[in-house]
Design a protein around this ligand. Structure first.
Ligand SMILES: [Zn+2]
Length: 368
């Protein structure tokens, strides 16, 4: 993996990430394909909507179809006929979300499969092995994801454990053509954020995730934590803010030096009629759009906005037609990949601050 910076504006970076399956220009939004597919968007659709890299989930792929099937195909790229870079998350977030059906100690996490109740164990080494079998371009280490609202003591413990697990993941990773990213934690405690960021970034990972944010806290808290973590992170490696897909927060993160982001929200929202637009989010199911002949977003030049009306897409979504969900999903992915492209251009031109202000002003002032 190579990471070069093509331009800077303040702390914001326009980067170029060279991975096994292609080049990714940053800042970048990564749509989430949990089971090895983006819901309501085929590979062709995802690429057409401007995605350069997608996210797949190690937890789900490990349980189904399982490593044996993935190994028999030589990995996810062959299995799913994907030819663009793929990042796999470690599955830690999903395992820790099982709450009552998991148990954690220093060795790893035992959990019950939500599919058939079978018992499994994730250790830092096992999670590396799973992602090596999946063959993603970027693998993430297993970290301890605490539920929001945890106290100082348990967050301290999780920072210590996350550090130990990161070291174990590093020493068990063998796949040369796969990058491995560490994950920084620390909850909403500034000192612990600092401690975790310094510890994890002192290890020779290819890049770094910022974990445990955007889990229900307010945007000011997220930004405060970014302000603690980002200045401590190395300049020459990519920084990945995990689980963020809100346009305003994405711009705030880019301004502070974040390069990569992912979120299920734009695709999940799209399937239910939630549309991202340049003047804020709208719900296409609302009756006000019943006879609206205009596009989903009058400032969007995607093929859905060039062709279809709000009234028609509203009708399809209300009827549960998958075509409606496909069109809305496409637009939402396009909207975010385009926002990232525009951010990159603004950074290269040294105009990111004006660009960000302009976008946020429009979003806030014309909320529907
Ligand atoms: Zn559009």
């Amino acid at each position: 993996m190579r990471f070069e910076t093509a331009g800077r504006d303040g702390h914001a970076r326009a980067g170029k990430l060279t991975l096994n399956h292609g080049i990714v220009e940053t800042p970048v939004f990564m749509p989430v394909g949990t089971n090895g597919a983006i819901k309501m968007c085929s590979r062709e659709c995802v690429k057409d909507a401007g995605a350069q890299i997608v996210l797949a989930n190690a937890f789900h792929l490990y349980l189904k179809p399982g490593l044996e099937v993935l190994r028999s195909f030589g990995g996810i790229h062959n299995f799913a006929s994907w030819d663009i870079p793929i990042l796999t998350d470690s599955g830690g977030f999903q395992v820790f979300s099982l709450s009552k059906n998991m148990r954690v100690d220093d060795e790893g996490v035992d959990f019950k499969s939500p599919f058939d109740g079978s018992i499994h164990k994730f250790t830092p080494e096992k999670v590396v092995e799973i992602q090596e079998a999946i063959g993603s371009d970027i693998a993430m280490v297993l970290d301890e994801c605490l539920a929001p609202g945890n106290d100082l003591e348990s967050t301290k413990k999780s920072v210590r454990r996350t550090g130990q697990w990161a070291r174990r993941a590093l020493s068990s990773h063998e796949k040369q053509d796969q990058s491995l990213f560490g994950i920084t934690q620390g909850g909403f405690f500034e000192d612990l954020r600092k401690e975790s960021t310094l510890e994890i970034t002192s290890m020779p990972f290819d890049g770094f995730g910022i974990g445990g944010l955007s889990v229900g806290e307010d945007i000011d808290t997220t930004i405060r934590m970014l302000d603690v973590a980002l200045p401590l992170m190395p300049q020459d490696k990519p920084r990945y803010l995990m689980g963020v897909g809100d346009p305003v927060l994405m711009l705030e993160a880019i301004e502070r030096g974040v390069d990569m982001m992912d979120c299920v929200l734009p695709t999940r929202m799209g399937r239910h009629g939630g549309i991202l637009t340049s003047s804020g989010r709208l719900n296409i199911r609302a009756s006000v759009y019943e006879k609206d002949p205009g596009p989903l977003d009058s400032e969007c030049d995607c093929k859905v906005c060039k062709t279809y009306s709000r009234g028609y897409i509203r009708h399809l979504i209300k009827r549960g037609e998958s075509t409606g969900m496909i069109l809305a999903t496409y637009h939402n992915i396009y909207f975010l990949t385009n926002l990232m492209k525009q951010s990159r251009n603004a950074i290269i031109k040294g105009e990111f601050d004006e660009f960000k202000k302009h976008v946020i002003e429009k979003t806030n002032h014309k909320k529907r």
